[in-house]
Design a protein around this ligand. Structure first.
Ligand SMILES: [Zn+2]
Length: 296
């Protein structure tokens, strides 16, 4: 299976979710996740595209996964009739492996040709029998404080001004200011979720995202919608990292544009997820090993 089919399949699932219940459905999906997706045998935390695919597929189930082979190696088995979820990894190319039919995809042209894309099926913890599945380990500590000391501090050190003022949460790119209204949130978690969204916007020029987006989407509405998608996804990565289960309403006026850009190109979602992971890594000050970056 070519990897662009993988992107198309997950994009279709995401579109179906949005068409059914709008952007709130997506927020609800990531708000209810038990943790970031993790491999129950190796403890590997999935990132980027795999993070998104697995989180979308997990629904209310534990976000814990393993391949058939891994389960077998532990003398466990997969419950009959269970459906696996496809994930992809770039793995170092063996010497004898030559052609990689996917390198013509523009998204992948930037990939190092020493790597080859492989697809694996992983099964949810609830479909695995005969082995003890460890409980997910959520982030421990004060989520709000951590969000402030890690992400917001990083931005402030880089010149951003943060103000609790006004009646609208926003990032103002020209002034490099984030404003979040005082006392308009149902819970501290909701406040964190919107702050994570605005902080992701604040990485746009810092990480050179604006040029890429303008290149891909010359139409203003579409480029705006794409950046909103990146901010949503960035907030999802950050909130999952700190186990923040917040929600907010920002009127979702870009739903129509989201659907348009998602339907227009099977790589749109892949690109948004990749850029959101980059933004979250920067905000969380995470140094990521090159091998894992390839998997994102
Ligand atoms: Zn936004």
């Amino acid at each position: 299976m070519a990897n662009h089919d993988l992107y198309q399949e997950v994009t279709n699932t995401f579109i179906a979710l949005l068409e059914q219940d709008g952007i709130q459905a997506w927020r609800k999906a990531w708000k209810n996740i038990s943790s970031s997706p993790v491999n129950i045998i190796t403890g590997t935390q999935y990132r980027g595209w795999n993070w998104f695919s697995l989180t979308l597929a997990a629904g209310p189930r534990p976000n814990q996964w393993a391949t058939f082979k891994q389960v077998q190696s532990q003398n466990g088995h997969i419950r009959k009739g269970s459906a696996g979820v496809k994930i992809g990894f770039y793995t170092p190319r063996e010497k004898h492996e030559s052609g990689d039919e996917q390198t013509s995809d523009d998204v992948l042209a930037e990939k190092n040709h020493r790597f080859i894309f492989r697809i694996y099926h992983v099964f949810n913890a609830l479909d695995i029998e005969g082995i003890t599945v460890p409980s997910p380990v959520p982030f421990e500590g004060n989520a709000i404080q951590s969000l402030m000391t890690v992400c917001l501090s990083k931005l402030k050190k880089d010149g951003l001004v943060y103000k609790r003022v006004g009646n609208k949460a926003a990032y103002w790119p020209k002034q490099d200011i984030i404003t979040v209204p005082e006392g308009r949130f149902d819970s501290p978690q909701d406040y964190c979720a919107i702050l994570a969204h605005e902080m992701t916007h604040a990485t746009e020029s810092r990480l050179g995202r604006r040029e890429k987006i303008n290149d891909w989407f010359p139409d203003f509405d579409e480029s705006y919608a794409f950046e909103e998608l990146v901010a949503e996804l960035g907030a999802a990565f950050i909130c999952a990292h700190f186990n923040i289960k917040g929600d907010y309403d920002n009127h979702a006026s870009y739903l129509h544009s989201w659907l348009k850009i998602l339907k227009g190109d099977k790589f749109t979602l892949y690109r948004a997820v990749k850029l959101a992971q980059e933004a979250a890594d920067w905000l969380l000050d995470q140094q990521v090993a090159p091998a894992l970056q390839e998997a994102a």
